[in-house]
Design a protein. Structure first.
Length: 254
């Protein structure tokens, strides 16, 4: 198969839909990720969700994999588990005949799952391919519970900062420049969370995803500059800026 005839996003999705939709035990198929935020581009993977009747998730996951194998040899496969979604079978696939960026990320859930990643405030508007049992109705987000969770995380962040924010300075003093850089990234991760809490609280735990889309452009540019370090002296300056900025931002988060 030549580069021009490689598997496209549409071809993969059409094959999955045509094979899965007629199955009685498979109830719905939808996309999240970039598709749910209307931001699909040539680098986007496929964030796919499938709902099956209770007791049929393993069978459905096997069928998804069989369909992908018919389309292309699978060059990499990774299973993931999540404490918050213990009933989801989550698998990543890389297909030999698809573009290297077109990873197929599939979550298969039972119909009775309490959290199908459909809250629009968090996960965007699902792109539904079929839904035979009204599985894809977005639930109402419990904002009070969600914001309470963010408040708890803020408290933890503040304490982490107080305990560990001097690690970059410490490692610079030791001339351990690799460790100093790692510690700087730790501070930047805290800063990213604080900025998300301020500008986009529903994605406060999304880490580095969608930052350029969701932060104000000036903030994104300012943050980006802190990630690029020239030498130890530059690291010292940028670490100090990051720590000052974190303390300023976290005070604005209610």
């Amino acid at each position: 198969m030549t580069k021009k005839t490689r598997l496209s996003r549409g071809a993969i999705l059409r094959s999955l839909r045509s094979a899965l939709e007629p199955q009685k035990h498979i109830l719905a198929m939808w996309e999240g990720g970039a598709a749910a935020f209307n931001r699909v581009d040539r680098w986007s993977d496929i964030d796919l969700m499938v709902a099956a009747k209770d007791g049929q998730t393993a069978k459905a996951a096997e069928e998804v994999e069989a369909i992908l194998k018919k389309l292309s040899p699978i060059t990499a496969r990774l299973s993931a588990s999540h404490p918050n979604w213990p009933d989801m079978i989550h698998t990543f696939y890389k297909l030999a005949l698809a573009d290297e960026f077109l990873i197929v990320d599939v979550g298969v859930m039972p119909q009775s799952s309490q959290d199908k990643l459909l809250e629009t405030e968090i996960h965007g508007k699902a792109l539904v391919h079929f839904d035979k049992a009204k599985v894809c109705q977005p639930p109402r987000l419990d904002r009070k519970k969600f914001l309470a969770g963010m408040k708890n995380r803020k408290t933890k962040l503040v304490n982490m900062f107080e305990l560990f924010s001097n690690f970059t300075v410490k490692e610079l003093g030791r001339k351990n420049y690799i460790e100093a850089q790692y510690s700087h990234f730790m501070i930047l991760n805290m800063l990213v969370e604080a900025l998300r809490m301020k500008h986009g609280p529903f994605h406060y735990d999304f880490r580095g995803r969608y930052l350029h889309y969701e932060l104000p452009p000036r903030e994104a540019s300012k943050l980006q500059a802190l990630f690029y370090v020239k030498d130890p002296a530059d690291l010292r300056r940028k670490d100090a800026r990051a720590r000052r900025w974190f303390k300023k931002v976290i005070k604005t988060v209610k």
